[in-house]
Structure formats: C-alpha cells, structure tokens
Design a protein around this ligand. Sequence first.
Ligand code: FMN
Length: 168
Amino acid sequence: MNSSTRHSLVDEFREVMAGVCTPVSVVTALAADGRPHGTTVSAFASLSMAPPMALVSLDRGSDLLALVRETGRFGINVLGSEQSAWALRFAGKGADKFTGVPWDPHVGVPRLPGCGGFLGCTVADLVDGGDHVIVLGEVVAAEAILGRPLTYHSRMFGTHAALEEMCR
Ligand SMILES: Cc1cc2nc3c(=O)[nH]c(=O)nc-3n(C[C@H](O)[C@H](O)[C@H](O)COP(=O)(O)O)c2cc1C
C-alpha cells in the first residue's frame, strides 16, 4: 500500500466515523491539588454488566488521560441536548476549562449538574490502541437523569429523534 492509498484510507475512515452518531460526554478527573479537569469525549461505551464497566478512549496527548493515570479515577458526565456549550468548552486545551462551570465532587471525581447521566469509575485497566488509550472503568456510582441526549453526527451537535412508526 503506497502513502497516497494510506492517506485516502484514513480520509475515508474519518468520513465513515463522521457518519456514526455518538453520545457526547465530559470525562472528568480531580488533580491532587483539588483542581477539576474535563475533556469532551464521543468514544464512550458500555462494556460489562457484571461487574458494571464502561470504557472511554483518550488521545495519548490528553491532559485528562495523564490525570486519570495518576488518580485511577474518572467521571463520565453524559451531556443533554441543552449542554453543547460545555461540549465545546471542554474540547479546548488548558487548566482553566472549569472556570465558571458549576460542579461537585462525587466519588472523588467532578460531577456536572443536570447531565443526562453520570458514571463514577475506578480504572480497571489501560489498553493501548494506536494513538489512543482505552480506559476501562469499573462503575462505582451511576445516576440516570431523564432528558434528551446530546449527540454528535456529521461534525454537528444534535439530539435523538424516535422513528414515528416505533412510537405507534
Ligand atoms: C464532539 C467531540 C468529541 C471528542 N471525542 C474525543 C474522544 O473520544 N477522545 C479524545 O481523546 N478526544 C476527543 N475529543 C477531543 C478532545 O476533547 C480535545 O482534544 C481536548 O482538547 C483534550 O483536552 P485535554 O488535553 O485537556 O484532555 C472530542 C472533541 C469533540 C468536539
């Protein structure tokens, strides 16, 4: 496979993944000095029911990943459809992403108020996956809040709509 073929394969891969609708979460951790940190993540999935486990995939260069490695804990704040501003804010870089954002510590990780759901996790394993690291978390706290989810599809935020025929 030459380099131009590889390039087009990656481009095509990106396009396929852009067409996959994902949830949007802010994954959080607390630094040793008590400072909260968070990162917007679409690569989040349920992994196991017994025990309850979830996974997130973080870029090797993520500051949040460094904190998760240090502390062995992370929170998954599943965003609702009214929270796209948080998705944009936490997709940035820097130590001040939480400035002006309300949060409270829950099972040792930052929890954002009014999210579609919250999971508190302890790190069960870290698995290398190319330029990302898959963080496997054992769920130690779970809170479901009813509401419309924030989704990401075709590089745009949106929400889920039920098919009419499924509602009948
Ligand atoms: C909708 C959306 C989804 C994202 N999903 C991921 C993801 O699954 N994993 C990841 O590592 N970065 C993801 N990012 C990019 C990170 O949020 C971004 O690189 C962030 O600046 C990393 O911050 P940190 O270095 O403080 O961890 C996503 C960004 C957006 C806007």
